[in-house]
Ligand binder design. Structure first.
Ligand code: SF4
Ligand code: SF4
Ligand code: SF4
Length: 212
């Protein structure tokens, strides 16, 4: 199937920078001639060339409105400021973040694809993207591993009842939540979390003001 052959050429970070909800939807759109081949910043010029060859189309420049192609980055959590809200875990498409409710979170840098989807949801702005050193590009092998992790996560989420999936902490990877054995949040812990978020936001703002 053409869409699958296209998907196999995409980087599998699931970053959504192409404007689609992951690599497979973008691949389907290309296959249906509903999207051009130049909307994937992680794939960069090499990715466009590979797609052009597969589809027998001319090579075109990356659409920089989708973003720039940059060397591989990984997310780093400033654990000192993490309030354990789990929002980053819920955003991570490949389960590269360990943590649980009200517990400090950390990124498994070997599993991080650099998609940066965890950065925006963090209420205390304590996640940063940093260059991988020594500098290296995302490889086909990286993409294959990321796809396995993404599909494993999707399987797990699909097995989770919808009623549980809407709860704020049930998107935590099984191994992670099992390791920490955190109880389900009660209304009071939700209220505590909101208070903690406000306090942490105030601390983060104060920190930024003193370093500005
Ligand atoms: S890696 Fe490329 S194709 Fe996949 S979601 Fe990101 S921009 Fe889209
Ligand atoms: S840790 Fe953040 S940047 Fe890394 S894969 Fe997960 S969501 Fe993407
Ligand atoms: S989103 Fe930010 S504050 Fe919340 S758990 Fe992740 S790193 Fe910690």
């Amino acid at each position: 199937m053409l869409a699958e052959r296209i998907n196999r050429l995409l980087p599998q970070t699931q970053c959504t920078k192409c404007g689609f909800d992951g690599c497979a939807p973008y691949a389907r759109a290309i296959a249906e001639d509903a999207a051009p081949i130049n909307r994937c910043p992680p794939g960069g010029e090499a990715g466009i060339a590979a797609l052009a060859q597969l589809l027998n189309r001319p090579i075109i420049a990356l659409d920089t409105e989708c973003g720039l192609h940059v060397p591989l980055q990984v997310a780093v959590i400033d654990e000192q400021y993490c309030i354990g809200c789990t929002l980053c875990i819920q955003a991570c498409p490949v389960d590269a973040i360990l943590g649980a409710s009200k517990v400090m979170h950390t990124v498994l840098s070997n599993d991080c694809t650099g998609c940066d989807l965890c950065v925006a949801p963090c209420p205390v702005d304590c996640i940063e993207m940093v260059d991988v050193e020594p500098f290296r590009e995302w490889t086909r092998n990286d993409a294959d591993l990321a796809r396995v992790k993404y599909e494993r996560r999707q399987l797990r989420l699909n097995k989770t009842p919808a009623s549980l999936r809407t709860s704020e902490n049930t998107d935590i990877p099984e191994a992670t939540s099992a390791q920490t054995e955190q109880p389900a949040p009660s209304p009071s812990t939700v209220a505590e979390k909101q208070t903690a978020v406000q306090a942490a936001l105030a601390r983060a703002r104060a920190r930024r003001n003193t370093t500005a």
